[in-house]
Design a protein around this ligand. Structure first.
Ligand SMILES: [Zn+2]
Length: 135
């Protein structure tokens, strides 16, 4: 092998070594990037799980508040519907008569039905639910 050939081969080997080093550096950088991405994914997964837990908590709170709201609305509508007692029956703004027992016990608006002529001795009205008789 001549000196020139030897030098050319040496130059080739030096270039190979340089590109090997470059590849090695790239590989190390990519490994570092992958490691950072994995850490980032882990952190996002953990955040996501925290958000899910928070979301579940808010959902439960929302269900509870909706139920409270429903009960309060019901309460308000019952408060608005305050009956007036007239001749032993309840009237709701002139509409009636209604059974006092059913309203007092369960806030049920039960319209009294008139007794037939044959049963008038027992009363004038009867509650179709609790069967209370009224004059
Ligand atoms: Zn009744």
């Amino acid at each position: 092998m001549g000196t020139l050939d030897y030098l050319k081969e040496l130059e080739g080997r030096i270039l190979d070594a340089a590109s090997y080093k470059r590849l090695q550096r790239n590989y190390e950088m990519q490994e570092e990037n992958i490691k950072q991405l994995k850490d980032r994914i882990e952190s996002l997964e953990s955040q996501n799980s925290d958000h899910r837990a928070k979301n579940d908590e808010i959902s439960r709170e929302n269900i509870k508040l909706k139920e409270e709201n429903r009960i309060l609305k019901e309460q308000i509508s019952l408060d608005i519907q305050k009956p007036q007692l007239k001749d032993g029956h309840y009237y709701f703004s002139e509409d009636g008569p209604y059974c006092t027992a059913c309203w007092d016990k369960g806030k049920k608006k039960v319209r009294l039905s008139e007794m037939t002529e044959a049963f008038r001795d027992f009363g004038t009205y009867k509650c179709p639910v609790c069967h209370a008789k009224y004059k």
